[in-house]
Design a protein around this ligand. Structure first.
Ligand SMILES: [Zn+2]
Length: 413
């Protein structure tokens, strides 16, 4: 596995500037394309799964985090408050309290539950500069976050569905969990005190993990301060383990922030909050994708999805036309004309689809296709090829082509 920091610079995905500061990378053109594709994927997946999206500010009053418990339990990871006209504002360390306030802003009946609120939002962590590196540990984080407000009876099904979403996303991204961890509280004052609550929440997560038939380990001392969680762990090129995805059950914040719903019995009840993140931080997700794929992203994420090579100057108009038609389907395609064909193919080694048009293909209105992995596809009418690439990329998987008779085995000459 290659270090994403080196590849990120080589492939011009992201960079840093000492004038911006450590842990504050910026995204270059190609990296921004990957990130955007990832964000579009998760938003669409969330909409299909019944989530509703919101926007909320990245700042809030210190008082909000005192009420939520972050100030007492999480302060060392937060930036110091800013005094603005006598009010103390902090950069938010999480999105939870904001979503809780959005929930609280309207009355809710049990009939509206589960209410799934999602946001790709900024949050901030005052990491020490020694702990920072590339995209994997940053001080400004874009989090794929969601909070499900539901009844106690709905928790298990919501947590299970969130875990399914995580597994589906990993399949689309071509990544694998290193392990699943049931993160439980440890000793010390890091956790809110409520033994009965911890026990019930942990048992629910255990039931979800057992039903999923995933192997997991229970680890004490890794829970959130407000509740236990399922953490999906990944390992980076340096062998370091970190959490990418998470599903958490929280009985604490709904009570602290005064959330309620009217039950079937006409009485007020506290909802449960299920915190879940599928992609985790967008920064860490892209860092991991760079390392796992060595920059050869699945086609739907690739900065350039198709290159079109005219064999000679005579086919350049035909190549430009194919690139134009691909672009019309939303495919990121470029005609490439400079240099020898061999040099152009080497330069495009990470591009999933490499279309070659020689004199014979141009005359017949056809094109040949070479896949990034070396496989070749017989020349076929341009219309067919363009439509086929649209379907293959649109299904957001890791396979570049269906394994059928049109693919000729790689030539090693
Ligand atoms: Zn949360």
């Amino acid at each position: 596995m290659a270090d994403h920091r080196r590849l990120g610079r080589e492939l011009e995905l992201f960079d840093t500037d000492p004038l911006l500061g450590a842990g504050l990378p910026y995204w270059l053109l190609d990296g921004a394309v990957v990130r955007h594709a990832l964000e579009e994927y998760i938003r669409a997946a969330e909409v299909r799964a019944g989530y509703r999206h919101v926007y909320s500010p990245v700042l809030g009053k210190r008082e909000l985090y005192e009420i939520s418990g972050h100030w007492a339990h999480y302060r060392e990871d937060m930036y110091p408050p800013m005094d603005v006209g006598g009010e103390e504002l902090v950069l938010r360390p999480s999105l939870c309290p904001h979503h809780a306030l959005i929930y609280r802003s309207r009355a809710h009946s049990y009939r509206e539950l589960p209410l799934r609120i999602a946001e790709l939002g900024g949050m901030y962590r005052a990491e020490l500069s020694g702990a920072l590196g590339g995209l994997a540990r940053v001080r400004a984080i874009q989090l794929n976050d969601a909070h499900i407000f539901c009844t106690f009876e709905q928790v298990e099904e919501e947590a299970r569905a969130a875990l399914d979403m995580i597994r589906a996303a990993y399949a689309a991204l071509g990544i694998e969990a290193a392990r699943y961890r049931l993160s439980l509280p440890g000793d010390g004052g890091k956790y809110v005190a409520a033994p009965e609550m911890w026990h019930r929440a942990a048992e629910l997560l255990r039931v979800v993990l057992e039903a999923s038939e995933l192997p997991y380990e229970a680890v004490a001392g890794e829970a959130a301060f407000y509740g236990p969680k399922i953490d999906v762990q990944i390992v980076d090129a340096g062998g370091r383990e970190s959490t990418l995805s998470t599903v958490q059950i929280d009985f604490h914040q709904p009570a602290r922030l005064g959330l309620e719903y009217i039950g079937a019995d006409g009485a007020r009840h506290w909802p449960v909050m299920v915190h879940r993140s599928v992609l985790g931080s967008v920064e860490r997700a892209v860092a991991h994708l760079i390392e796992v794929h060595g920059g050869a992203f699945p086609a739907w994420l690739a900065p350039v999805q198709a290159v079109v090579f005219p064999v000679s100057e005579a086919e350049s108009a035909a190549a430009a036309d194919v690139a134009h038609r691909l672009a019309g389907l939303g495919i990121r395609a470029e005609p490439t004309v400079d240099g020898s064909l061999g040099a152009r193919i080497r330069a495009a080694r990470l591009v999933p689809y490499q279309i070659v048009i020689g004199p014979r293909e141009a005359a017949a209105g056809e094109a040949s296709l070479r896949l990034r992995d070396g496989r070749r596809v017989h020349p076929q009418p341009v219309d067919n090829l363009v439509t086929r690439l649209g379907v293959l990329i649109g299904r957001r998987g890791v396979d570049l082509w269906d394994a059928d008779e049109t693919v000729v085995p790689p030539r090693y000459t």
